[in-house]
Ligand binder design. Sequence first.
Ligand code: SAM
Ligand code: SF4
Length: 454
Amino acid sequence: MASFEAPVATDRDALQKWKGQISLEPYRSYLYSYPHKTAYRALEPKLPLADLWQEEAAETFFLYMHIPFCGARCGFCNLFTLPDKRQDVHHTYVDALERQARQWADFTTHKPFARFAIGGGTPTLLAPDLLERLFDIAQNTMGLDVKKASISVETSPETVTLERMNILKERQTDRVSMGIQSFVETEAAAIYRPQKPLEVERALSVLKSYDFPVLNLDLIYGLPGQTTASWIYSLERALAYEPEEIFLYPLYTREHTIVKPGDLAQRDRDIRMSCYVEARDRLLAAGYTQYSMRRFARQGAESGKQTLPYGCQEEGMVGLGCGARSYTANVHYASRYGVSRRATESIIADYVAAENYRTADYGYILNREERQRRFILKAILHREGLALAEYEQRFGTRALEDYPELMNLIGADWAVLEDGVLALTADGMALSDSIGHWLISGEVRAQMEGFVLA
Ligand SMILES: C[S@@+](CC[C@H](N)C(=O)[O-])C[C@H]1O[C@@H](n2cnc3c(N)ncnc32)[C@H](O)[C@@H]1O
Ligand code: SF4
C-alpha cells in the first residue's frame, strides 16, 4: 500500500501531484469499515463485554448474525467464509451462536434493535430448520421485535428455495440481497463461481414472486473476459427484474485469492472506470438515486414498516457468530480473521468449542482521532456528505481545522461545500475507494500493512 505525501496541498503543483496519486489506483481496496479488520490485533488485557456495552450511547442497536459457510469459494472472495455444505457442521455452529446469544443478551438488550441482518458467507445455505432457529434466537433470546426492525438477509441464486423464502417472508424480512456478479456464464466460470444464467433467472423469478419490500442485486465489473458491452448486458438483465436496490462492485483482486491482480494485467487497459461510468449513468437515467460509489436505490426503497431510527454512523453493532464484527463507540472487535481454508476452519473450530463469549480478545480500541476519521469517512463517502455542525457537536472541534487536508478535495473539484455540508462531486464519488484510503490514519495504515494473512 503506497502512502501519500503532502496531505495538505498548499499550492497548485502540490495539488496536481496529490490528484495524480489519488487517481492512479482508483480501486485499491474497499474500506467497508473503519478501522479495517486487518488493523485489529489481540486485545491485552481482554475486555469484559458487559462493561463495554453498558456505556454504549447509541439509542438503538443493530443485530448482525454471520454465517461463514458457502457452497463453494468464489475465486475473488476474501470474506470470512468456508466452503462447507455439511448440515451437522452448520448445526454445531448454530448451537454455538445460540450459546453466545444467551450470554450476550445479558448486556446488549437494554436498547431496542432497529435493524437485524443475517449475512455471510451464504446464510440461506442453512437448512430451513436452522434458518428458523436464527430468527428464534433473534426474537426469543435477543428480544428482536420484527415489527419494529428492518430485516435484511443475504442469499445466493442456488439457495433461493420456496421453503426458505417462506421463512423470510413469515419473519417479515424487508430486504433480500442476492449476489449475481454476472449473467454471462463464461464470466462467472472465470471467477470460479459455477453459476448458470438459467439458475440465476429462476432464483430471480422466485424472489420477485415473494415481493419483498427491497430486492437488492450485487454485480461486479472488471471481471476477466468481461467487456463494457457484456457488463451492460448483465446490468440490463438485472434491471429487467426492477430491483429496488443494486450494488455495483469493481472487481478487487488480491494476491491470496484465486483470481489475482495479474489476471487483469493481461488486458491492455483497465475497463473498470468506463464500466462504472456507463452503469452509473444508465441507473440514474432509469430513476435510481446514487447513495455511494456502490449503492443505487430507487427512492422510497424502504420497508413499509414503522421501524425504529438507527444512526448512519453504525454504532451499537452487536455481531453474533464467527467472523461478525461488533462496534461500540470506541471498541471494535471480532473473532480473528483469515481467508485460507485452514485458517477459517481453525477459527470456526475455536468458536464452536468456546464456552465463554463474554470478553473481547481481538479488535481495535479507537482513540479520539480514529473516531473522528471514522465519522468523516462514513459521512463523506455517502451521498449525504459530512455535515460540519454534526461533527462539531460530537467532537467539540471543527473538522476542517482538525483535518485541513479535506480542503484538497474542494481544490480538486472532487467535493463541494454547500450549506455546511462537504459532499463529493460525481468525479469524487468515482474515486471513493482511493479517497477513503487516503483518509486512513498513519497508525491504522501501519497496522493494516503489518497484518499477516493466514
Ligand atoms: C456476502 S457476498 C453476497 C452473498 C452471496 N455469498 C453471494 O455471493 O451470492 C457480498 C458481495 O460482495 C461482493 N464482493 C465480494 N468480494 C468481492 C471482490 N473481491 N470484488 C468485488 N466484489 C466483491 C460480491 O458482489 C458479493 O455478492
Ligand atoms: S462471493 Fe458469496 S458465495 Fe462466493 S465465496 Fe464469497 S460469500 Fe461465498
